[in-house]
Design a protein around this ligand. Structure first.
Ligand SMILES: [Zn+2]
Length: 376
């Protein structure tokens, strides 16, 4: 995009604090008032930002608030989970304008997965009356292993036959924009950093659990990637050496204990008096409560190890399990406090993440925007 580092800093600050005065912007970015005046003028002329309301600064002077220009760019975000694929288009403020989804299981097992996703995206864009040319960049998050250099999805442990997907190649025919692929846990991190509660945090973790366990770790301001881009694969650490075989090939993965289907399975294998765990839990069924407490403990033990290893300031957690089974969430927090080192848990925030089941989707939209504008 040819933006200077100062312009990028200003756009990032305005993106994170929608409606910010020039004076506040100078404070946030560390740039002088003079530079801010000059640079915001250029960004206004080039339609990156717009002026909004005037507010009083207290001494009679009125300050104009600056906002991201909503229509400068539009982005497509695609969140590929092990169970569901979500898609959304947003404006330049990352407000989701339209969304669609399909189930991984609904894709023919012999079909080319990348062609299916590209065709679905094409139909989605046409269905809302847009042209693919209006999309400036595409961000893809995937609950799996990604080759960072080649941008190829190497494996999605929860979805059989979903490996070696070259999405940038598949999108090339119908979309003329860049496609950026990132592991799903890291899109969760981006959403919390740029559109959530972690704006000022350099050490935090985001964990989501539904049909899989996905985690992203920000360590000293850097996203944890590891040598082969596999760092942070929390769902597939061993939590029970005698556990079931996981789709990844290992046995007793955390994901085999604390995901929705596994809790349900665990409940039904015991003396189940209700057809589903959710219903049993609502009726205060003891077996259901036991299942949730045990899962909370397993999750808490895994996370207490993470807390001791990385000493984060916060853990943000999301997923429908925590909505449906509050006791699981409470037991997990209690176990972390109990098991992790007390100096590491001092002041540790354990909260819900900001965007519920749209967290990863927002992350993919941020990925698209930030890679396009700020990482050139
Ligand atoms: Zn596994």
């Amino acid at each position: 995009m040819g933006l200077t580092p100062s312009e990028k800093a200003i756009l990032i600050a305005i993106g994170a604090n929608d409606g910010i005065s020039r004076k506040e912007l100078a404070k946030t970015t560390g740039l002088s008032q003079g530079s801010i005046t000059l640079l915001t003028k250029s960004l206004l002329n080039n339609m990156y930002i717009v002026e909004g309301d005037r507010i009083s600064s207290g001494l009679g002077r009125k300050e104009v608030l600056l906002h991201t220009h909503p229509d400068k760019f539009y982005f497509l975000g695609i969140d590929i989970g092990g169970y569901r694929v979500r898609m959304a288009v947003s404006d330049n403020r990352l407000t989701i304008l339209h969304a669609a989804e399909f189930l991984v299981a609904d894709v023919d097992k012999d079909a080319s997965k990348e062609d299916f996703i590209a065709a679905f995206a094409n139909d989605f864009i046409a269905g809302i009356g847009w042209r693919t040319a209006s999309i400036a960049a595409i961000g893809v998050g995937v609950t799996g292993i990604v080759d960072a250099g080649k941008q190829i999805i190497l494996s999605i442990p929860n979805a059989l036959n979903w490996g070696q997907l070259d999405l940038p190649q598949a999108f090339r025919d119908s979309f003329q924009c860049p496609v950026y692929v990132e592991e799903g846990g890291r899109t969760l991190l981006l959403a919390e950093k740029f559109l959530g509660k972690a704006n000022d945090e350099d050490d935090y973790i985001v964990v989501h659990s539904a049909f899989s366990v996905v985690a992203g770790m920000m360590i000293s301001g850097q996203i944890l990637r590891g040598a082969r881009n596999v760092g942070g694969l929390l769902g597939h650490i061993t939590a029970d050496p005698n556990g079931l075989r996981c789709t990844c090939g290992n046995y007793g993965c955390l994901e085999n204990i604390v995901t929705y289907p596994m809790l349900e399975r665990d409940y039904l294998l015991r003396e189940a008096r209700y057809p589903t765990l959710v219903e049993a839990y609502r009726q205060n069924d003891k077996t259901a409560i036991d299942v949730c407490i045990e899962a909370g403990q397993a999750f808490g033990i895994a996370l207490s190890n993470v807390v001791n290893l990385f000493n984060p300031v916060a853990i943000y957690m999301g997923g429908p399990m925590f909505d449906d089974f509050p006791i699981l969430f409470e037991e997990m927090k209690r176990t972390i406090t109990l098991r992790a080192n007390r100096f590491a848990t001092m002041g540790l925030k354990m909260e819900r993440s900001s965007h519920g089941h749209h967290q990863a989707l927002y992350g993919t939209l941020i990925l698209a925007k930030h890679e396009l504008l700020f990482n050139d």
